[in-house]
Design a protein around this ligand. Structure first.
Ligand code: CU
Length: 159
């Protein structure tokens, strides 16, 4: 039973690809996830991924509601759009969507993902499904009048 612990740890180390065994135990964590005024949630949440859109119209923050993101299994993320200048929630858009692609394989996610507005101003996307290991890009597309901008973050699904 005890044997499984070192095995798991070594897999994690390999998965990170870095040479360091133990990160220095300095203060604070490495996560830059925003913890604004969120209540403590029993829900598992992964690291928040953040990207500025192509034309600087908005920042997309994507927090997986599972950690790690699974392979070939539907999961959900929380999506927030932020105004880069004011830092306030960005809601002055006409349409928003989220999708995923594997650029190296030139294919997408094979399904559409609906977005459900949440009380805190974020959106919840259910039913994302990454059906292969490897490098994926999550796209958040926003249309505002004639403007169309995309924010994208990279995700690597590893064995
Ligand atoms: Cu692929």
């Amino acid at each position: 039973m005890r044997l499984s612990i070192p095995v798991i740890l070594s897999l994690i180390t390999l998965g990170c690809g870095a040479g360091e065994q133990d990160p220095p135990a300095s203060d604070a964590g490495t996560s830059v996830a925003d913890r604004t005024d969120e209540p403590a949630s029993p829900e598992v949440r992964g690291e928040t991924l953040e990207a500025l859109s192509s034309g600087g119209m908005f920042i997309a923050r994507i927090t997986p509601l599972v950690d790690p993101m699974p392979m070939n299994e539907a999961f959900s993320v929380s999506l927030s759009l932020i105004d880069p200048e004011s830092g306030a929630p960005f809601d002055a858009y006409d349409a928003v969507s989220i999708d995923a692609r594997m650029p190296a394989h030139k294919h997408g996610m094979l399904r559409d993902v609906g977005l459900t507005p949440q009380e805190d101003g974020s959106m919840r996307a259910d039913g994302l499904l990454l059906h292969m290991y490897g490098h994926w890009e999550l796209h958040v597309d926003v249309q505002k009048g004639a403007r169309f901008e995309r924010a994208q973050v990279s995700v690597r699904l590893q064995y």
